[in-house]
Ligand binder design. Structure first.
Ligand code: ADP
Ligand code: MG
Length: 598
């Protein structure tokens, strides 16, 4: 009998082919190794990468470790300690269940494993290259496991060439880390890239984790979501409607603590925001769904992250109503209304108080339209004011033009303060009601905006420089902004990992807590960046003005009010803040006359 045509592929070739499914890029290796570490009960996981994991990708954990036998066996295909039969596939308590990750990784890289259990005196070292076993020997190593993966795809040049540049590959890795780190908040994660620690997420609760990932500002922008039924338990955080952003970013679903994508769950979230946000606004969300594993079918294809529920409709409804309720609760809380634009007074007509109308237009882009001038010339302002406050153009064109053209210190005001919030002044028989915070914001904005490299803002040197610790995100941002911040009067330099030293600050910021102000500035800057049209210097000027201006509640004496009004009228545009909000309201003489005629 002649030999047939069919031959079995040698194991290492089969493994290489199969590896393509599991190992697409360094990020897939990171994901598999970190998930294994979690399954091994680790409480501290360190990922070390060189050249975005192309040269080196190492995961150290303090988990259970392996005995000498398992240390060798774990690299065999279908070697897994986590599944005994096919039914177990639906038991989603652990991350891995296929027993092919290590075999696949070992097929396409040079791998070194060091592992030791707590009860063993010495550890085991196993070396495998391109799927070929090289050596196993005893070694000194701490309890836990360390996988070192070198030169990924060294034996498949086509795959190696297919990898993107380091920046892109590193971004993929960090995405995978985020997806694991968010649901596993009791594990301390550290990521080190080319010798720099780029992420350090201490163990804590979910909010603490989100803050260390995204910056502490995130706490103010999120509201908790909670809903519990026998079928599904929903928990997590979503953006306040006013804190939604222009990009789809930071949108996470976790089903039984596993990151998944789902178009229909996504839809349920937006349904919850219906009528609260505009079409270009996107919430951040971090939603956890917990169900009995028998109610879900996670597509177990290694790279897919999709899920089906036995009762999709119920999940959809519960999720969207949970979002609605969370947002409704947040809205009812008074703390969020402290900057309510319309808190000036409840308009009263015929003795009937009228609910002030909050003119919140979700598609209004404050950065791209300078507030439009009102084209109506014969409008009864006094009346329109009473008709409801939704009319934003209550300053007539004539007055607007005149006001903008006052450019002199010669105007004398005798201002009085109302509710520690507004400055009331008479100007040419008209009454001006000026918002003190916005007025000062405008003044500061123009002051900072005018500075440039040749004419920087005067900086006051500090006797005792401040040291500022920042989140990774803030630190990366601030590093880029240092030259710009110097122009604006901040004499700052990098001072070690994630921290800055502030040697000087703008001269008129004396008495401010500079580290706090700086954090606020970065936060505002980041929010403004969402509209990319605002150029850096302009954006920073806005952010500084916003964070250092006089607040509501501050009582001002006559001299201070006069000074503020005079600087305001020396501005290019005293009528609007940089973000297009009204700085003042005018009640014209003619309107007053008209009113009292009746
Ligand atoms: P799976 O995770 O699907 O079981 P893997 O190939 O990822 O398959 O891992 C194979 C086996 O190796 C695991 O089931 C586990 O027993 C062991 N193992 C892998 N990584 C670790 C680790 N970091 N600590 C302890 N055991 C591990
Ligand atoms: Mg695994």
């Amino acid at each position: 009998m002649s030999e047939g045509k069919i031959a079995l592929l040698p194991d290492h070739v089969a493994n290489q082919i199969a590896a393509g499914e599991v190992v697409q890029r360094p990020a897939s290796v990171a994901k598999e190794l970190i998930e294994n570490a979690i399954d091994a009960g680790a409480t501290r996981i360190t990922l070390i990468i060189k050249d975005a994991g192309k040269t080196l990708l190492q995961v150290n954990d303090n988990g259970s470790g392996m005995n000498p036998f398992d240390a060798r066996l774990c690299f065999e295909r279908h070697a897994t300690s986590k599944i005994a039969n096919a039914d177990d596939l639906f038991r989603l308590a652990t991350k891995g269940f296929r027993g092919e990750a290590l075999a696949s990784i070992a097929a396409v890289a040079q791998v070194e494993l060091k592992t030791k259990r707590a009860e063993d005196a010495v550890g085991q070292k196993v070396v495998i290259e391109g799927g070929k076993f090289i050596v196993q020997e005893e070694c000194q190593t701490p309890t836990g496991t360390s996988f070192i993966i070198k030169n990924l795809f060294y034996n498949i040049p086509a795959r190696r060439n297919f990898l993107k540049n380091d920046q892109v590959e590193q971004k993929h890795i960090l995405e995978e880390v985020e997806r694991i780190a968010i649901p596993h908040t009791s594990v301390h994660f550290i990521v080190n890239s080319n010798g720099n620690e780029i992420l350090n997420l201490p163990a804590g609760n979910l909010m603490q984790r989100l803050k260390s990932l995204l910056g502490s500002y995130i706490q103010k922008e999120l509201v908790p979501v909670e809903e519990s039924t026998p079928y599904v338990k929903i928990a997590g955080y979503v953006s306040l409607p006013e804190c939604t952003i222009k990009q789809r970013k930071e949108q996470f679903f976790f089903v039984n603590n596993r990151f998944i994508r789902s178009a229909f769950l996504n839809h349920a979230i937006y349904e919850g925001y219906k009528d609260l946000i505009g079409p270009q606004s996107h919430p951040r969300f971090f939603i956890f769904l917990d169900l009995n594993p028998s109610e879900i079918d996670i597509n177990i294809h290694p790279t897919k992250t999709e899920v089906k529920f036995t009762d999709d409709k119920t999940v959809y409804m519960l999720l969207s109503s949970a979002i609605k309720r969370a947002l409704g609760k947040a809205n009812a809380s008074p703390s969020l209304n402290f900057e309510n634009e319309m808190s000036f007074a409840a308009p009263v007509q015929n003795g009937q108080p009228k609910a002030p109308f909050i003119g919140y237009n979700p598609s209004y882009n404050p950065f791209s339209n300078p507030a439009p001038a009102d084209t109506r010339t014969n409008k009864a302002h006094w009346e329109s004011m009473f008709e409801g406050f939704q009319n934003k153009q209550d300053t007539s064109e004539v007055i607007q033009q005149e006001l903008s053209s006052i450019k002199s210190e010669s105007v004398e005001f005798s201002p009085i303060q109302l509710n520690n919030k507004y400055i009331i002044a008479v100007w040419q028989q008209n009454v001006l009601i000026v918002d003190q915070q916005r007025a000062h914001e405008r003044v500061l904005y123009e002051h900072y905006l005018k500075s440039n490299l040749q004419h920087p803002v005067a900086s006051q040197q500090k006797l005792f420089p401040d040291q500022v610790e920042l989140s990774v995100h803030d630190f990366t941002l601030v590093k880029e902004l240092i030259p710009e911040l110097k122009t604006l009067g901040f004499d700052i330099d990098v001072f070690g990992k994630n921290s800055l030293v502030v040697n000087g600050a703008p001269a008129d910021m004396e008495g401010f807590n500079i580290p706090e102000i700086l954090e606020g500035i970065l936060e505002t800057f980041r929010l403004n960046t969402i509209d990319a049209k605002v150029e850096k210097h302009d954006n920073l000027s806005r952010a500084i003005a916003r964070n250092t201006c006089i607040r509501y509640g501050k009582s001002l004496d006559t001299t201070e009010m006069k000074a503020l009004l005079q600087s305001l009228f020396a501005c290019e545009n005293p009528l609007y803040t940089a973000n297009g909000k009204h700085v003042m309201m005018t009640v014209e003489n003619t309107e007053i006359e008209k009113f009292f005629r009746k």
